[in-house]
Design a binder for this molecule. Structure first.
Ligand SMILES: [Zn+2]
Length: 374
């Protein structure tokens, strides 16, 4: 079905202004036919029903979901899942609004799964507890308890509060897949108290996650919870083992998207090479199950590729690099793939037109493993 530009924007976005840009909407990236073929056009229904990649997702912020008809875009791209972002309190406000309810209804009607990928600790351990219970909060390098970010993972009472609130938010922000994502605060320090300091950030995060999954499973025995490997937690935990139900989520934010991840000599941000990034992935896959591991990528992340500044730029979408990256992940047994597509919102669509590369992304994912001759 041909996507009309005006149908992409939510009703209160100025469609006339948008239509002015419709004619200039560029096809972003060339897709050699060999790289992807429409699964629905070329494949028998039985194989289309079981794509190699079980999760084919995008992760979006609430502004994107308020302004653009993402359930429809996801459906037409053959995607399985939309993840919301950034914090529990923010997304809870959205899903309780009229637009949020409509978003959830549309996802239900279109059979799009909804998950919530959240930097959560600041919400799960309310900061107003600090005055009365500073021991629940992290200790900084100077030996002071501080209520800014994260928590002390060796505070039993703190963990109880965090677990209670994880369950509370799981009722408001239900994951239709049973997969939950309560990450530590974004790129913020963890606890340096005498009990915590022997544990890396990855180990501290896993202590938290092991407590949360037990609480979530009392509510829903099929619940699972992500361990996010990203920045300070990119290396695997060493002292703590994952409880059943914890799955790896690998987010290689320091890589370069101008080159395939398989080009191991390429150096990305923070002087981390692709080879070192893949070493971290492989080390994590020795700790966490392969079959449930998920990649959280940035191929379509307008916010990252605009350096989190507006006005935004188009993402450097390149189907050939994407396909190579999928090979890199698939050969390690990874079957769950999602990408940030944050900031593809009303402003983006007015400036650049319909984000056609989302369908290319979805088509390649859906057809993966079934290209010509396979
Ligand atoms: Zn501590």
């Amino acid at each position: 079905m041909k996507q009309t530009i005006s149908s992409v924007l939510q009703p209160d976005v100025d469609r006339r202004q948008f239509l002015r840009f419709a004619g200039s909407s560029a096809v972003v990236g060339l897709s050699p036919a060999v790289l992807y073929r429409s699964a629905t056009a070329d494949q028998p229904a039985s194989s289309v029903d079981r794509p190699f990649f079980k999760t084919r997702g995008v992760v979006l912020v609430t502004k994107d979901l308020r302004e653009v008809n993402w359930p429809q875009i996801a459906k037409e791209a053959g995607l399985s899942t939309i993840g919301t972002h950034v914090t529990p309190s923010e997304v809870a406000g959205f899903v309780r609004s009229e637009k949020g309810e409509r978003f959830l209804d549309e996802c239900t009607q279109l059979d799009i799964q909804v998950e919530h990928e959240l930097h959560a600790m600041k919400d799960l351990l309310p900061r107003n507890l600090f005055d009365k219970n500073p021991e629940m909060f992290r200790m900084n390098k100077n030996g002071e308890r501080v209520g800014d970010w994260n928590c002390c993972v060796h505070s039993k009472e703190g963990l109880e509060v965090i677990c209670r609130n994880a369950v509370y938010y799981s009722r408001i922000l239900r994951a239709t897949t049973g997969r939950y994502f309560y990450w530590i605060d974004d790129d913020r320090p963890m606890c340096k108290c005498s009990q915590c300091r022997a544990y890396s950030d990855s180990d501290q995060a896993l202590i938290l996650e092991n407590a949360m999954i037990q609480a979530l499973r009392k509510e829903n025995p099929n619940a699972s919870l992500a361990h996010l490997a990203y920045l300070g937690t990119l290396a695997p935990p060493k002292l703590v083992k994952p409880e059943p139900g914890i799955f790896l989520e690998f987010a290689p934010i320091c890589r370069s998207w101008a080159h395939p991840l398989a080009h191991t000599e390429v150096v990305g941000r923070e002087t981390l090479s692709h080879g070192e990034t893949l070493d971290c992935l492989d080390a994590n896959l020795e700790v966490f199950p392969r079959e449930t591991a998920q990649v959280l990528e940035y191929w379509l992340d307008v916010s990252l590729h605009s350096d989190w500044k507006r006005p935004v730029k188009r993402p450097p979408w390149n189907p050939a690099i994407f396909h190579s990256d999928l090979d890199t992940y698939a050969k390690r047994g990874i079957r769950h793939v999602t990408t940030f597509a944050a900031w593809i919102d009303g402003d983006y669509v007015r400036e650049f037109g319909h984000p056609k590369f989302v369908k290319e992304y979805g088509d390649i994912l859906l057809a993966y493993g079934r290209e010509a001759g396979e």
